[in-house]
Design a protein around this ligand. Sequence first.
Ligand code: 5GP
Length: 194
Amino acid sequence: MNFIEERIVKDGIIKSGNVLKVDSFLNHQMDINLMEEIGREFKRRFSDVCVSKVMTIEASGIGIAAFVAKEFGVPLVFAKKSKSINVDGEMFVAEVESFTHKNKNQVIVSKKFLHEGEHILIIDDFLANGCALQGLISIAESAGAKVEGCGIVIEKGFQIGGRVIRNMGYRVESLAIIDAMDAEAGTIDFRAQD
Ligand code: 5GP
């Protein structure tokens, strides 16, 4: 098991509805040493690509993506959730359905912070059905930026997102891929990775 898998087994809580809670170390209370290790690991995995900006979506991606951006020495921009339908022309906009809250949000990034020709690394905490990633990819591409890859801390491999995004031709690197989890038994099966 790698360091993320070990931590999930130690501190993750499996909830009904295919939800894994990792709020004691990843997305509510944050273990900063773990964040640093995550940043270093994504730097290692994406060391072959040119990255000019890291991109994520609020709120839970921000802390993780900050450590990745620090490793690459580039800025981080995050998509903001906006309820308003009247976003002005200065924003790139995408619609994203939230897996955890089951509602739809418009997410926006100011045109000031995303430009044609940029090389984007997208980072998020979870990959489930892939809506968040699809929204971020669509925003990056409408700016004329190139998505170099997507770095995910925990991919739920039994949901469709990973397959959808990889089939679209994007590189997805997930630190842990869960193939199955059982809330009653409290068991988690990880996919073997090299
Ligand atoms: P997707 O858009 O791929 O369906 O879901 C990804 C987003 O939903 C992530 O940004 C994450 O915040 C949230 N999410 C999806 N599955 C889980 C989960 O099992 N646990 C937690 N804590 N968040 C999740």
